[in-house]
Design a binder for this molecule. Structure first.
Ligand SMILES: *Cc1c(COP(=O)(O)O)cnc(C)c1O
Length: 431
């Protein structure tokens, strides 16, 4: 069987045996006029498809791969751990080491608990916050995504935006009634909502730099205001740094904005591409969690030695070579400048958005500052752009509402080729 036929056969099998042919809805290509990619291997900035194509990749597994695919240092670390056993059900030195690395870098994070995904981290953090405060309500922001646990699937970002699902079916009404939803980047709305629910809100959970409705940085002073308002009513402030943690800076968003949240959630980069999540915070809150306290949370594979080895390798490299952050910012800035110029040159109604190494191209006539602006984007035009980019050999997320993640492996040649691809696609999109 030739490669094209082999790929078609596998696509067919995937659709028959897996829901929508995928294990996460964001991976579905929907009704775009090109076949989904089936990755067989990847290295650096590139992935290889079963059909034999090679693509420049800006998805990078939605965030974990800050050094690109399969960097040697990470393979070596995981391989070493692999031969010592894959899981034990007892504490290992690597868990202690990764926990120490994370806590040392993060303001106000005294203790941490490893879990297996970002979803588990946020779910467990809000449980601890509810246990600690004795309050039931939680507050999240429109367009922010915190994984798929029941309480947090309300007006959520990421895949829910693409499929236009404000709230997932299958969730008990009484539970989501406890989830308040506030507009992002609107401190007055937050003040009002806290005032109307005085003494009832356990926690406010926020992506300090929103990265699941495209890239939407916080307005000047906004996060400080969020900190002040939550502190005043004894509300636990949770920074969901599953994307931003160790991506925007080694001190994460909290260090960069000089704000100390009560709790923090991590995922993605701290596992270097293996399944991981973590939540942490002040001693008095974390000591509510079992076995020290009455809030239960556990996990057979939590603190898995392979994931810990990958995480330690990733974080020590980032700590020892912080110039990586300058390179990622420069890469995103280069894409920003070049693509903005191309938008002008070809009359494409799109605007860029960027924070450090996180980048996004919104198909919008005006700058995007809010969830409402995000929702007004031309997703049909994005679809045509995405399709054109795939045909040019550059992989973006199938959804308009995801960030582009250049990695340390995206060198100048890769960036130049990307800009050339954008130019070729814009030429065809031009009316
Ligand atoms: C990806 C993400 C999550 C969920 O993490 P999973 O590992 O996919 O469960 C939570 N919060 C944010 C901000 C994320 O980007």
């Amino acid at each position: 069987m030739d490669k094209t036929a082999e790929k078609q056969a596998l696509l067919q099998r995937s659709r028959e045996i897996m829901v929508g042919g995928v294990n996460s809805p964001v991976r579905a290509f929907g009704d775009v006029d090109c076949d989904p990619v089936i990755v067989t291997e990847a290295k650096g900035a590139r992935v290889t498809d079963l059909g034999g194509e090679s693509y420049i990749d800006y998805v990078c597994s939605y965030g974990p791969l800050i050094f690109g695919h399969a960097p040697e240092f990470l393979l070596t670390a995981v391989e070493k751990a692999l031969h010592r056993g894959t899981t034990y059900g007892f504490t290992t030195p690597s868990e202690v080491e990764l926990a120490e690395l994370i806590c040392a870098s993060y303001p106000g994070c005294d203790k941490i608990r490893m879990v297996n995904s970002g979803t588990e981290a946020t779910m467990s953090a809000i449980r601890a916050a509810r246990g600690f405060t004795g309050r039931d309500k939680i507050l999240k922001f429109e367009g922010c995504y915190h994984g798929h646990s029941d309480s947090l699937l309300v007006k959520s970002g990421s895949g829910l935006l693409t499929q236009n699902v404000p709230t997932s079916k299958g969730i008990v009404r009484e539970l989501i009634e406890k989830t308040l939803v506030c507009p992002y980047n609107d401190a007055d709305a937050l003040a009002k909502m806290i005032d109307e629910n005085k003494g009832e809100i356990a926690c406010v959970i926020i992506e300090p730099i929103a990265g699941n409705m495209g890239v939407l940085p916080p307005d000047d002073g906004y996060l400080r205001k969020v900190r002040e308002l939550t502190e005043k009513d004894d509300i636990i402030l949770i920074f969901d740094e599953v994307i931003t943690g160790f991506r925007v800076d080694y001190r994460s968003a909290a260090g960069l904005f000089d704000i100390v949240p009560d709790m923090v959630c991590f995922g993605k980069i701290i596992g270097g591409g293996l399944p991981v999540g973590a939540y942490g915070g002040r001693n008095e809150i974390m000591e509510m969690v079992a076995p020290l306290g009455p809030v239960y949370q556990g996990g057979t594979l939590s603190g898995n030695p392979l994931a810990m080895a990958a995480g330690i390798a990733n974080l020590t490299k980032l700590r020892d070579e912080p110039e990586v952050y300058d390179r990622l910012s420069a890469a995103a800035a280069f894409l920003d400048k070049e693509i903005t110029a191309l938008c002008g040159q070809y009359g494409i109604p799109a605007v860029t958005s960027r924070f450090k190494g996180m980048f996004c191209l919104f198909f919008s006539e005006k700058p995007v500052r809010s969830y409402a602006d995000v929702m007004a984007c031309d997703t049909e035009l994005y679809k045509a752009f995405f399709e054109g980019m795939v045909k040019e050999g550059v992989l973006l997320a199938p959804s308009q509402f995801e960030a582009w993640f250049p990695s340390a492996a995206h060198d100048q040649a890769v960036l130049d080729r990307t800009v050339e691809a954008v130019k070729n696609v814009f030429k065809k999109l031009r009316k």
